[in-house]
Design a binder for this molecule. Structure first.
Ligand code: 16G
Length: 167
C-alpha cells in the first residue's frame, strides 16, 4: 500500500464507526435472516438461494480459508447495510506471498452520507495488509474509480486491465 494505515486517518474506523448502532463484524450464519442476500442483490444478480445453500457455501468458505466476508449491521433493526469480501490468493511469487482481492462491496443505498463505503473498504484493506498481502486488487465500474482512488487504490496503466470470460 502506498498509504500507511496511519495516513488513512479516517474519522471513522471499525472500532469507532461513527454511530453506536453501526457494527462492523465478520459474516455469521444467522445473517441469512438479516438481509445479507437482499443486500448483495443491490450489487448484482444473486438468485434464489435457500438457507441450505447459504449454509453449505458458508461452510465451504470456512473450511477452505482465505475468505473474509465482512459486514456492517444496523443493530437497531438487525439488518445488514453493508458488506465487502477479502479473498486471499496463495502465491509462489514475491517469496511465496499472498494477494488480496476486494470483492462484492455493497452499501445499502438508503444509508448514503455516512461514509459506510469508506468504512468497510478501509477496514477490509487494513485486514489484507495485516494478513501479509503484498497487494490488494479490485475491479470496479468507471464511476467508482475516484472513490477507490481517495482510499489509496491506483490505476496501473498498461499493467492491470480487467478482462473477463463470462460463462
Ligand atoms: C464488481 C465487484 C465485484 C463483483 C462484481 C459483480 C467490487 C470492488 N467489485 O466488479 O467484486 O463480484 O461487481 O458483478 O466490489 P458481475 O455480476 O457482473 O460479475
Amino acid at each position: 500500500f502506498n498509504k500507511s494505515p496511519a495516513q488513512f486517518k479516517p474519522k471513522i474506523s471499525a472500532a469507532n464507526p461513527g454511530e453506536d448502532w453501526i457494527v462492523v463484524r465478520p459474516l455469521q450464519r444467522s445473517d441469512y435472516d438479516k438481509g445479507f442476500l437482499q443486500l448483495l442483490s443491490q450489487l448484482t444478480s444473486v438468485g434464489n438461494i435457500t438457507r441450505y445453500q447459504f449454509d453449505e457455501r458458508f461452510t465451504k468458505m470456512k473450511q477452505s480459508g482465505g475468505y473474509y466476508v465482512t459486514v456492517i449491521e444496523d443493530t437497531r433493526i438487525s439488518k445488514l447495510i453493508g458488506a465487502a469480501t477479502l479473498t486471499i490468493e496463495q502465491k509462489f511469487i514475491h517469496n511465496c506471498s499472498v494477494r488480496g482481492r476486494l470483492e462484492d462491496v455493497v452499501v445499502n443505498d438508503t444509508y448514503r452520507g455516512k461514509q459506510l463505503g469508506k468504512l468497510i473498504v478501509v477496514t477490509v484493506s487494513l485486514l489484507a495488509q495485516e494478513l501479509g498481502c503484498y497487494k490488494m486488487s479490485l475491479d470496479c465500474k468507471d464511476k467508482l474509480i475516484k472513490f477507490y482512488e481517495t482510499l489509496g487504490y491506483k490505476l496501473e496503466p498498461g499493467n492491470s486491465n480487467a478482462m473477463n470470460m463470462r460463462f
